[in-house]
Design a protein around this ligand. Structure first.
Ligand code: CDP
Length: 761
């Protein structure tokens, strides 16, 4: 058996209390899934399709099975015997675990090889012979619903086209009237390309089934261990895997960013294979598999229109979107929101009327779309509105800051009901933009730009004044597969005053170990060093929906405060009884008639979401000869309400800004007409390094959330959501005097160079 690899600990900013080693498990030196080693463990590797759409005529496993290291080859037919060849997606669509009849995207799982070591498993994959019959391919979402397009999901009863859903929000007729009567209207097609989370660690699982007790234990890279356990029970309950017999442990997962929310076929195959063979099985994706086959993000084609008065007063917003979901709708959205929270697209502005529509379609690409460091399509919404504000500014001849200041929802209008029906909790948009302008020296930059233009030099200033919507629940509106979206904290104070706290969320580097301990310390006056924080083990943690969409602080952070306050109430009663309280009293001298112990659990169902916001300003210089964009300065002013830990929040924003720079200038996954992926390795899928990353200049305003017990809002995703528009706006601004009004991201040197050539021609 291969030696376990050791990985460095990847923590959030600040001090991270490392979970104690559990002596029941034999482990490598790290705390990642790939560090888990079980006695007799075998390895799994996956055969993947070279075709984007093809019938499977035959799968010959003979040669693979003859390999001395190979223990088993699992195909769709194997899984079909147990009715495990299909699984639900989190959006109530279905997805193949392994195909029985056909494949629907390049790199799709076709069969799995289980072997005594990784190398034999990889050899076995090479030896499986699959005969395919290619089928016509659809990669262009605009052609997906053509009458002659092949039906990709012909396995679904009643599915007569590649259309998945239509969703809309707002006042269609009212918006139409606003547009008819407007002085000015502008329109732009904006595409947010398919991108992919590229976490430091890829996905992986160790699955172990005890045939005697019927207990299944899985260590897996998941952001939502409880929800995954429920899904596994739903998928495999009929073969005896009931929820109480399943333990999901999510150790350090090396980054999640939404990409580790869905259930991938590899996980299910490994679980099924461990149950069938009785052997503990490890599967760790390689980087190409991770980029080519896991759920993607974005891929939104938006036609955006804005109506306004001559003086730049915004009146109406209308957006029609075509969402390319690949071959299955595997978004991890709350079930009532097929287009996520896209209807936050009115942003920070006071519109009279708005209407948005989204249509989802199937294409021969990997399924999705996940919320890549984004609260369910908020990045798409922010990009659309922030680009359109600049398009309108250009049309009416106003400065980008001035038009924003003119149209911001005023501070005294909160709580504010948006044209698309969200109730924003609090905000002060003018203050955030003003601070960003002061910090970057906005007026001087305008003068510098004017001087440079005279010399023929290209310099641009871009603003993004975004509003987010994070913290799902409330449970009356938000659920995933019917499981209501709340989150939980359980706090136990032991007789010696030491604390164990457990949560339904799951940190992936955001530093929950630090911030939850801080909340408890602050609420209860117990030193941080005496507080253990545990997440990610379904056997010990209270039920919760997990960590994504910046929901941990708004939900579990609030639950922590409430649970602490329950404990404080009880402690006060004990204190009254004693007059002189000591740490031990809850166990040694509590009032007669009162339950012993000092612990509390809270399942927090937020009354509303929280609406963090910010104003970002980017300054770019462009090389007119090569089209290369250099981000010279970037000021980010964020407001996430009251802050629990400023260093962690700053770390979240720094990381998020780099993840916003990435799609703005570098990242894109695309496909040729045959469905071959272009951008499926780090050779073409470019991630920014320290060299490309500018020095982020961060600052903050503080506008507390009125309904959160700590006045806090989420922050983890603000920067990823807000940054791309600031950079895109800066590049367009640099070229605007040449007649350029829009460029789709990623803004590559080639796109810029072509825009310059086109303008000069
Ligand atoms: O759900 P996720 O942890 O990704 O996002 P979050 O709730 O925005 O929190 C990210 C990190 O920032 C956590 O460690 C929070 O406790 C911390 N944070 C904070 O210190 N103050 C805030 N107002 C919001 C988040």
């Amino acid at each position: 058996m291969a030696e376990p690899k050791t990985s460095p600990e990847i923590g959030g900013m600040g001090h991270s209390v490392k979970r104690k080693e559990d002596p029941r498990f034999i482990r490598g030196q790290g705390n990642y899934v790939d560090d888990i080693v079980r006695p007799g463990m075998v390895f799994m590797d996956i055969v993947r399709s070279p075709y984007a759409h093809a019938k499977i005529k035959s799968i010959n496993t003979e040669k693979a099975l003859a390999h001395p290291g190979v223990a088993a080859v699992i195909t769709g037919e194997t899984l079909k015997e147990y009715n495990l060849h299909m699984m639900p997606t989190l959006m109530s669509d279905t997805q193949m675990v392994l195909p029985v009849e056909k494949v629907c995207y390049q790199s799709q799982e076709v069969a799995a090889v289980v072997a005594t070591d990784r190398y034999s498993a990889a050899d076995g994959v090479e030896l499986v012979e699959v005969e395919y019959e290619p089928l016509p391919v659809v990669t262009d979402p605009f052609k997906a619903t053509d009458a002659d397009a092949p039906i990709i999901r012909d396995d679904k009863e009643g599915q007569e086209s590649n259309h998945i859903f239509h969703w809309e929000s707002g006042d269609k007729d009212g918006t139409e009237d606003v547009f008819k009567n407007a002085d000015v209207t502008v329109k732009e097609d904006i595409y947010l390309p398919r991108i992919h989370v590229a976490s430091i660690e890829t996905c992986g699982i160790v699955s172990e089934f005890d045939g005697v007790t019927g207990q299944l234990t899985v260590w897996m890279t998941t952001q939502a261990p409880h929800a995954i356990r429920t899904v596994v029970a739903l998928v495999a309950g009929h073969v005896g895997l009931q929820e109480d017999k399943i333990r999901v442990i999510s150790p350090d997962i090396g980054g999640g960013f939404g990409g580790k929310v869905p259930v991938y076929p590899g996980y299910v195959i490994a679980i099924a294979a461990s149950v069938v063979t009785g052997l503990p099985i490890k599967w760790i994706e390689d980087r190409r598999e991770n980029l080519q086959a896991d759920s993607f993000a974005r891929d939104y084609h938006m036609t955006c229109e804005m109506a306004a008065d001559k003086d730049g007063t915004m009146k109406g917003l209308r957006i029609k979107t075509l969402a390319d979901h690949g071959y299955a709708d595997a978004a991890a959205n709350p079930s009532k929101f097929p287009a996520g929270l896209f209807s936050i697209c009115t942003g920070s502005y006071d519109f009279d009327k708005a209407h948005v529509e989204v249509d989802g379609v199937y294409t021969n690409k990997p399924p999705g779309g996940i919320a890549y460091r984004c609260s369910f399509r908020v990045t798409e919404a922010v990009h659309a509105i922030e680009r359109m504000v600049d398009v309108l500014a250009d049309e009416v001849g106003m400065d980008a800051a001035e038009i924003r200041m003119k149209n911001f929802i005023p501070k005294d209008a909160f709580p504010y009901k948006s044209a698309l029906d969200w109730e924003y909790d609090s905000g002060d948009y003018h203050a955030a933009l003003q601070l960003a302008m002061d910090k970057i020296g906005y007026d001087d930059l305008l003068k510098e730009q004017a001087a440079k233009r005279k010399k023929g030099e290209l310099m641009g200033i871009g603003i993004s004044s975004f509003t987010e919507i994070v913290g799902a629940g409330p449970s009356h509106t938000f659920d995933i597969l019917g499981i209501k979206m709340f989150d939980s904290a359980e706090i136990r104070i032991h007789p010696t005053g030491k604390v164990i706290s457990r949560f339904g969320t799951k940190s992936q580097g955001q530093g929950h170990e630090t911030t939850y301990a801080q909340i408890i310390a602050e609420e209860l006056g117990i030193p941080v060093a005496d507080i253990s924080v545990e997440e990610g083990d379904t056997d010990t943690a209270p039920y919760g929906l997990g960590t994504y969409a910046s929901r941990s602080t708004p939900t579990a952070g609030a639950a922590t405060a409430i649970a602490c306050r329950k404990i404080r109430d009880k402690a006060q009663k004990i204190a009254a009884h004693l007059l002189e309280v000591s740490e031990f009293a809850a166990y040694t001298n509590h009032p007669q008639g009162m339950e012993a112990g000092l612990e509390a659990v809270n399942y927090y169902d937020p009354p509303n979401l929280t609406f963090p916001f910010g104003s970002y300003i980017a300054v770019v210089d462009i090389d007119s000869g090569t089209g290369d964009v250099h981000v010279r300065r970037f000021v980010a002013v964020d407001d996430c309400g009251n802050i629990i830990n400023p260093m962690i929040v700053d770390g979240q924003i720094h990381g998020g800004l780099t993840m916003g720079l990435a799609p703005a200038l570098y990242e894109e996954i695309s496909y040729d007409e045959q469905g071959n992926i272009t951008g499926g390795s780090f050779m073409e899928y470019l991630l920014p390094t320290a060299v490309e990353t500018p020095n982020w200049e961060t600052d903050k305003t503080i506008t507390p959330s009125p309904h959160h017990p700590l006045g806090a809002k989420g922050v983890g995703e603000s920067a990823t959501v807000g940054a791309p528009a600031a950079i895109a706006n800066a590049v367009v601004d640099a070229l605007s005097h040449m007649g350029v009004r829009h460029l789709d991201i990623p803004i590559t040197p080639e796109k810029v160079w072509r825009a310059i050539q086109g303008a000069q021609a």
